[in-house]
Design a protein around this ligand. Sequence first.
Ligand code: PHB
Length: 359
Amino acid sequence: MALDLFSPVNLGSISLENRMVMAPLTRNRAGEDGVPQPISATYYGQRASAGLIVTEATPISDMAHGYPALPGIYTDAQVAGWKQVTAAVHAKGGKIVLQLWHVGRISHPSLLPNGALPVAPSAIKPAGQAFTYQGLVDFVEPRALETSELPGIVADFVHATKCALAAGFDGVEIHAANGYLLDQFLRDGTNKRTDNYGGSFENRARLLMEVTKAVVDVAGADKVGIRISPVNPFNDMQDSNPQALFNYVADALNQFNLAYLHVVEGGIHGGGEADPFDFVALRKHFKGAYMANLAYDKALGNAAIASGHANVIAYGVPFIANPDLVARYKADAPLNEADAETFYGGSERGYTDYPFLKV
Ligand code: PHB
């Protein structure tokens, strides 16, 4: 029988009952000090029939925050909060990995310790505005990280990985996409460094490779995935030669034997027009499992799996509005519509109150 969305699969050491992944989705519902609340255990638990859940992007340190009410993964209280989430998902037989996030320049002093400047590869202010507790505020010019500070960034990823494992996650996903810190190092619109971390593809990919090696050393490669977004212009991003850069990145990641490579195949959030890019060619560079994301529906997901382009498909907005998306796709049942007003922040409404199919 041909493979489809409902075929089981292993991603590294993580065994999935089906190939529908819940994509990482920022929901801004954490409590004080970035502690996940019981309502988030309900939310993720409701979605446990996904083959795999990738959590919302989760800051790895105080300096990694860029939006209000994000849950963190670097304090004991945060670990305790996340334990309730992993327990709720595992109790229903689901699998869940945590997405490790550093926002880099996509932040604001009001969100950072002692009003610190956001950090970045280079001191280049993004166009646009930050979401702060005071509303939308113009971005500021970030501070370029010193070369001597980069081991500290790697150490923060390692600490967060240990916290994620302690919280019971099945693995971690390194966020190297969508214009956040690791992506800011990869793409040359944001990386103008003249040290070993700027210039050539090898240099721009160096921080990602160092982070990946360090995370793999603590978690095991079979529990680690990476997310990239080669041409997503969101967060004022660009690169002069994305195809060659990301083909290089995929080749270089082969050394690790990762659980999967997660690829955002275009532009998100109305961030503008994405440059042309051949994702089929990129996929051929990566030897492991490939997770495709962006605007897939059931038919497109099945086609991508049947053709061998993707091993699994990550669905975002459909999983916000349909906790039982897998059952709905299986039954060709109608989908609930998502309410964009309640995506970012708030409480139960638009979070845990979307109805399940009546059986
Ligand atoms: C967002 O909150 O808008 C956001 C967060 C993480 C992403 C993309 C967008 O990777």
